[in-house]
Write a protein that binds this ligand. Structure first.
Ligand code: SAM
Length: 277
């Protein structure tokens, strides 16, 4: 696979770990030998993710914090995350990189929403959960009101939910992981029959258009992606899983009102940045 990044030693430095981890995570970090930390970070960068470690958390929190700093310095921002599930890397990063910021999650799975609220309850951010399809965000949030919109490994999930909805598979009340094998079957069929674009692109672009409306002028939509080994083991089409960003980059090029920008040290195989114009 194409590496996620160049290896950046500073990401797993003690200084960063103190900054981006909580006390128990930091103790766990200290309990890992430096060479094991380095090998865990290398595995994360060069292979699909197979282990869930405190190093993964540190890496992704640091990268999101670096991105936010590169765009807005240490100012307070309003950041909307689409399809967060209960992954809390962004709110964890934001509460430490830009404390006092506003974090909005638009996420429609009930079980994961409960878990997200629980994981983020002690953070130094103002938190708003929109428990709805992000396609309906205009009825929850005003136009031109958000600085950054993030898809943290969320593009594939949005596409999976679009396809599930079309064939009557529930992703709102069900357990996401229980539904994943069915989702993978649906994706496999779309890929085999060459129908993925025709079935997923219109709804996906409709959602991105809605997001552009909510975004402030010159605001950024940041999408990132990486692979999980479990999904591949369960039959996720590997070429599609690796190439979600190039795939949706082609779709998004049809939209007006935004342009792709490139940010130094964020690889375009795994990241897309769209600036509202
Ligand atoms: C596996 S979870 C977590 C994804 C997370 N970004 C990660 O780190 O992998 C996928 C989530 O995406 C949400 N989702 C998918 N499409 C969505 C949409 N259009 N609006 C809101 N939430 C959506 C689902 O409800 C679910 O909670």
């Amino acid at each position: 696979m194409k590496p996620l990044d160049v290896i950046k030693e500073h990401v797993i430095s003690d200084e960063n770990a103190r900054k981006y981890l909580n006390n128990s995570e930091y103790s766990e970090f200290l309990s890992i030998m430096p060479e094991i930390r380095a090998s865990q970070m290398k595995a994360l960068i060069v292979k699909p993710i197979a282990q869930f470690t405190v190093i993964n958390e540190l890496y992704f929190r640091t990268r999101w914090a670096e991105l936010i700093h590169s765009l807005y310095g240490e100012n307070q921002v309003t950041l909307l995350e689409v399809a967060s599930g209960d992954a809390d890397m962004i709110p964890q990063a934001l509460s430490r990189s830009n404390p006092g910021s506003t974090y909005i999650a638009a996420n429609m799975n009930k079980i994961l929403n409960e878990s997200l609220l629980n994981r983020t309850k002690d953070l130094s951010i103002k938190m708003l959960l929109v428990d709805d399809d992000a396609a309906n965000l205009k009825s929850h949030i005003g136009s031109d009101s958000v600085d950054i919109i993030a898809f943290q490994h969320g593009v594939n999930d949005v596409i999976q939910a679009i396809l599930c909805d079309q064939v009557g598979v529930d992703t709102i009340y069900s357990d996401w992981m229980d539904t994943l094998p069915k989702m993978i079957e649906i994706i496999q069929k779309q890929v085999q029959e060459g129908t993925l674009e025709q079935n997923a692109k219109p709804a996906f672009l409709g959602l991105v258009s809605t997001l552009l409306d909510i975004l402030k002028e010159n605001g950024i939509i940041a999408m990132n992606h990486y692979m999980f080994q479990l999904d591949l083991d369960w039959g996720y089409p590997a070429d599609l899983f690796e190439n979600f960003m190039p795939l949706v980059r082609g779709w998004i090029s049809e939209l007006s009102g935004c342009k792709e920008v490139y940010i130094d040290k964020f690889d375009s195989q795994w990241w897309i940045f769209l600036k509202k114009q």
